[in-house]
Design a protein around this ligand. Structure first.
Ligand SMILES: [Zn+2]
Length: 132
């Protein structure tokens, strides 16, 4: 049923026409917003490599120990349902969004203002500020 799967970033588009080319490495997300959406979808789909590869090395979220980092991401991804994504605001290098998440019966949605940085034509996640 992969063929007509809606993208996990909740864009309403087919995965193939949305975040898949970025996940598969055929293309780089052209904007900070596209990168943000594709990272949300990567979390939802357990594509931890993509999450790690699009995190800026200067970010506090960047870990030197990739296998440990991978385990943490997988655990988060496996225990969470990614039920929705609302974009509140976006500019060239900043996106404010609400990630709708459930862990079991617990709503752990959050609002984040994320900052992105472009390096040699590719966008990376730099940091984020949470508010509830
Ligand atoms: Zn998408």
């Amino acid at each position: 049923m992969e063929f007509f799967m809606d993208c996990a970033c909740h864009s309403g588009l087919e995965y193939e026409k949305c975040c898949k080319p970025y996940h598969d490495g055929y293309a780089s997300a052209p904007t900070a917003l596209a990168l943000m959406r594709s990272r949300y979808a990567a979390y939802a789909l357990g594509k931890t490599e993509y999450v790690m590869d699009t995190t800026h090395p200067a970010s506090v979220h960047f870990h030197q120990d990739r296998s440990l980092w991978n385990k943490e991401l997988k655990a988060f991804s496996d225990s969470t349902q990614f039920t929705g994504l609302s974009i509140l605001e976006s500019s060239e290098d900043q996106v404010t969004f609400i990630a709708h998440l459930m862990q079991g019966s617990q709503d752990c949605s959050f609002c984040e203002e994320s900052l992105f940085k472009k390096v040699e034509g590719k966008w990376y996640y730099l940091e984020g500020k949470h508010s509830s």
